[in-house]
Design a protein. Structure first.
Length: 241
């Protein structure tokens, strides 16, 4: 397993870092991606190496198609095709729809939805040419399933990713490459630190989730035990939907 590499996008902090650390602990070599927070990515890599695992840092803007292709192709030329990809990187630009700015819509679409294409397009054929099992896990959200006030742009991208992942899963199934989505609810991270406590009342389990709980589901989907699971959306939300 140590020779298998998994690319984790947005691994500088939060859920992405937890996923990278869990997968490293499971024996995978991790390509730790960052968009702007290189220091955070370096810290993730340091924690991976401190645990006795292997990894490397790789930086690019997932909304920049040419940059994605160039850097990913270079990384694969040096290290080989990926066994797996976890698409975790994403942004929010929340606001009521009537007041939403064009740039709020466009930036979220360019990162969250176009990023799906920009990252997976260069790596999919090399994964197929490995002629071996592979794993793609796409991080979506409870907002992409049920919608959420003030997140029309974000919900649109996360719902779109679900449709794209389900279609890609059909195409790659005979290649033994699974494609699944993980849809977190409210998870305790820096991004959700300002969410008021009363939101817990809307969650049947009466608490926010932990990054490790999300990482555990991703790790399972990347494992050999999940070889017959594809085209699924697994929610980690304490029973919200």
């Amino acid at each position: 397993m140590s020779s298998k590499t998994i690319l984790v996008t947005g691994a500088s902090k939060g859920i992405g870092r937890a996923i990278a650390l869990r997968l490293a602990r499971d024996g995978y070599e991790i390509a730790v991606h960052f968009g702007s927070d290189q220091d955070g990515a370096n810290e993730t890599l340091a924690q991976i190496e401190a645990a006795g695992a292997k990894g490397r840092v790789i930086g690019f803007d997932i909304s920049n198609r040419d940059q994605c292709a160039e850097i990913l192709q270079s990384d694969m030329k040096s290290h080989g095709a990926y066994y797996g990809v976890v698409l975790n990187a994403g942004i929010t630009r929340d606001g009521a729809f009537p007041a939403l700015l064009d740039e709020d819509w466009d930036s979220v679409v360019n990162v969250n939805l176009n990023g799906f294409y920009n990252v997976l397009k260069p790596v999919t054929m090399p994964m197929i040419r490995r002629r071996s099992a592979g794993r793609i896990v796409v991080m979506t959200s409870v907002s992409g399933i049920a919608g959420n006030r003030g997140q029309t742009n974000y919900s649109a991208t996360k719902a779109g990713i679900i449709g794209a992942a389900k279609s890609l899963a059909i195409e790659l199934a005979k290649r033994k490459i699974t494609v699944n989505c993980v849809a977190p609810g409210v998870i305790e991270t820096q991004m959700t630190s300002e969410i008021p406590e009363f939101v817990k009342d809307q969650i049947p389990m009466q608490r926010f989730g932990q990054v490790e709980e999300v990482a555990g589901v991703v790790a399972f989907l990347c494992s050999s035990e999940a070889s017959y699971i594809t085209r699924q959306v697994i929610s980690v939300n304490g029973g919200m939907v």
